[in-house]
Design a protein around this ligand. Structure first.
Ligand code: CP
Length: 306
């Protein structure tokens, strides 16, 4: 039985298997439309979400599965009466075949997995990880660029609390000749443990202080929102905004990605630029999450080979 907890669990081979399955899911959706007809998936979000929750729900429905949901689990589930996360997971084990969960605690997915006999899919855990987002991010880069090796990636925005950034870096460590550039306010700099992780995997991490320090031929500008819900106080607005003037400094092959939602870090004046790929990126959330559900429920290989 397989959980999806962290990007650290992936190898290059397991990532490629996921991406090949996702290509097939995208190209041949009819093959998979009844794959989960006998399955019920519990969807439990303790934090707000549009993309992750609804793309998981869309993925389940496109696979013919059924969904049970706790809307606003932090308010409407029995955790408000003092029930522990472990007990909640034990109960859902009797009601569903897999659990998709978002939680504010960094270790919530591990805690859930420690007592679960059915797969846990981490839909975002505190400031720690958001593995399914990083999987769709890397899938999008692979789809557009053809490969990940040799990719130059600039990470921007909230590198401190941004769980999508932390998971993305974990996956980039699996590839060769990667370069990573960071551009953020000092208050939101990348934690040392991730700088060390990159170094241990022979990836150069260069801290930049302006867009001019990012190479013109960068492959990916990956921006993120300041995660204001994760800290007290006011650190002001994002300083480094990608707009038409900024994007025009970069190459025609540079792709602009963002896990969304954006606030003010990407100007809508670039939305129609072919390099602005954040909406396509979000759409890839459905086929990637369809593939993850197929894998954790053991429905992938038989159907793909048909
Ligand atoms: N990218 C992402 O996690 O978006 P949501 O918070 O809307 O799920």
């Amino acid at each position: 039985m397989m959980h999806i907890i962290s990007c650290q669990q992936y190898t290059r081979k397991s990532l490629e298997e996921l991406f090949i399955l996702t290509d097939d899911v995208k190209n041949n959706p009819q093959k998979y439309k009844n794959a989960l007809q006998d399955n019920i998936i519990a969807v439990m979000f303790f934090e707000p979400s549009t993309r992750t929750r609804m793309s998981f729900q869309s993925a389940i429905l496109r696979l013919g599965g059924k969904i049970i949901v706790t809307e606003n689990a932090g308010i409407n589930s029995s955790t408000t009466k003092g029930e522990t996360l472990k007990d909640t997971i034990r109960i859902l084990n009797g009601y569903a075949d897999a659990i998709v969960m978002r939680h504010s605690a960094d270790d919530a997915a591990q805690v859930a997995a420690s007592v679960s006999n059915i797969p846990i899919l981490n839909a975002g855990s505190g400031k720690g990880e958001h593995p399914t987002q990083a999987l769709l991010d890397v899938y999008t880069i692979r789809e557009k660029r053809g490969k990940i090796d040799g990719c130059k990636v600039a990470i921007l925005g909230d590198l401190l609390y941004g769980r999508t950034i932390h998971s993305l870096l974990g996956l980039l460590c699996l590839y060769d000749n990667i370069e990573v550039y960071g551009l953020s306010k000092n208050a939101f700099a990348l934690p040392q443990k991730y700088v060390n992780m990159l170094k241990e995997n022979n990836i150069d991490y260069k801290v930049c202080h302006s867009f001019d320090e990012i190479p013109k031929d960068i492959d990916v500008l990956y921006h993120t929102r300041i995660q204001s819900e994760r800290f007290e106080g006011d650190f002001g607005k994002e300083e480094y905004i990608i707009n038409k003037q900024v994007l025009n400094k970069f190459s025609q092959h540079t792709m602009v990605l963002h896990p969304l939602p954006r606030v003010d870090e990407i100007s809508s004046d670039i939305d129609n630029d072919p390099r602005a790929l954040y909406f396509e990126q979000a759409y890839n959330g459905v086929p990637i999450r369809m593939s993850l559900l197929l894998q954790v429920l053991g429905k992938d290989k038989e159907i793909m080979s048909k």
